[in-house]
Design a protein around this ligand. Structure first.
Ligand code: PLP
Length: 412
């Protein structure tokens, strides 16, 4: 049995008198897609996330769908630091950061983050999502204008919506489009914030930072970049997008998550002390949400120590990116402009994407099928993420299978 509807069909708004009206249709879709073994989500991991994993539904798999890019999630040094923090400070923080939930560990982590980006100060949020929502909604208000890259992460979009400002999207990395919009609208608004991912989460490409910096200067705007997928990955020392373009210190607001390369959980905003303290006291997602648990914070402090002192994990990842992306390009796959650990294998339509993800899983390869609404409906893809721990043998096995399936389904 194959599921009849695509995910896209379920997003067409229907007239209704009950908010529960779409529940039956969605559950039917879910059941049929699980029965057809096309449901590629919420697989159950039974081992730590690394290049080889045990999955309840499929057995042993090569993990090609984790953002644990530098394999810190189960790094012995990081785990030891987390255990030490667990023993020293307990399992939970017990309060929001502004009240009883700031431990000396949280302050140390904030200093590590600020130092890493060469900034005055940083504030740590419960997640990257809440860092983006909180930062934007604290700084921007009705009467301001937000200009956002159309591929920006959902958390940035949600923060912009919550702020009450007018939000306009510009074509992905299209500075001409951004400038055209600014020329037309700049005088009609108070403050202007330009928002983009540093490295784009579904495409692995990098924002056009030098152009964005010129534009923000020219039009008296501020610039926010989300470094979720850039931290530890791009730039000579892994300091992200600013370092990649040799423009350290020039972006007004840097946000990011501690859940990808840093492999824990949490989010941050970093920049001037004045800006960070303002956000800390005006972001609802900071004020009204409990601070990170001490073991996670202890682990993250160690992660920043490793990021500052040991580039071997980054070098191994770079080797893997070159081996994997180079071969895919030579085979004729469309993997866009990626230069990072995120490798989008763009298939186009949803059914073929789902079928390929299913066949990959049956052959023991874990990768994500990304379809609408995460990407536009003609841009469905397999999203592969590489880790420093992948061996050449594992990478070659995945390449071999992709070549076989790519030919079978007319993708190459
Ligand atoms: C670009 C980007 N920003 C923010 C987030 C949210 O981070 P978190 O998972 O820590 O909430 C993610 C991913 O989840 C992301 O890809």
């Amino acid at each position: 049995m194959s599921s009849q509807k695509s995910f896209f069909d379920l997003f067409i708004p229907q007239e209704r008198k009950d908010i529960f009206a779409p529940l039956n249709d969605f559950n039917e879709y879910l059941k049929s897609s699980i029965a057809a073994k096309e449901y590629a989500y919420r697989r159950t991991l039974q081992t730590p996330t690394s290049s080889k994993i045990q999955v309840a539904e499929f057995g042993q798999m090569i993990m090609m769908g984790s953002n644990n890019y530098l394999d810190f999630a189960n790094n012995p040094q990081v785990v030891a630091a987390a255990k030490k923090a667990l023993e020293g400070y307990g399992y939970g923080s017990g309060s929001v950061a502004l009240l009883g939930g700031t431990f000396e560990l949280h302050r140390k982590l904030e200093t590590s983050i600020a130092n890493f980006y060469q900034r005055e100060h940083a504030a740590v949020f419960p997640t990257g999502y809440s860092a983006n929502v909180g930062t934007i909604s604290a700084l921007v208000q009705e009467g301001d204008l937000i200009l956002m890259d159309m591929y920006a992460h959902a958390s940035l979009v949600d923060g912009a919506t919550l702020s009450g400002a007018t939000v306009k999207f510009f074509q992905h990395n299209d500075i001409k489009h951004l400038e055209k919009t600014l020329t037309r609208l700049r005088d009609k608004f108070g403050g202007v914030l330009i928002v983009t991912d540093g490295v784009f989460s579904m495409d692995g490409d990098v924002c056009v930072l030098p152009d964005l910096l010129s534009i923000k200067q020219k039009y008296n705007a501020r610039l926010l970049i989300d470094e979720a997928h850039a931290i530890g990955i791009i730039g000579k020392e892994g300091r992200g997008t600013e370092e990649y373009f040799n423009r350290i210190g020039e972006v007004d607001i840097i946000t990011g998550t501690l859940s990808k390369a840093p492999a824990g959980i949490g989010g941050y905003v970093t920049g001037s002390s004045k800006m960070v303290e303002y956000v800390r006291h005006f972001a609802s997602s900071y004020i009204f949400s409990t601070s990170l648990p001490p073991p996670v914070v202890g682990g993250l402090i160690e992660v920043f120590h490793i990021l500052e002192t040991d580039l071997s994990h980054k070098a191994k990842l770079e080797h893997n990116i070159e081996r994997f992306a180079g071969k895919l390009r030579s085979l004729g796959f469309n993997i866009g402009e990626t230069i990072t650990a995120i490798i989008p294998i763009i298939i186009g339509d949803e059914p073929r994407t789902k079928t390929m993800a299913k066949e990959m899983a049956e052959a023991g390869i874990f990768c994500s099928a990304v379809v609408f609404p995460a990407v536009s409906k003609t841009q469905s893809r397999l999203r592969i993420s590489l880790m420093s721990s992948h061996t050449d043998k594992e990478i070659d096995r995945v390449l071999e299978l992709l070549e076989q399936l790519g030919r079978k389904h007319g993708v190459i």
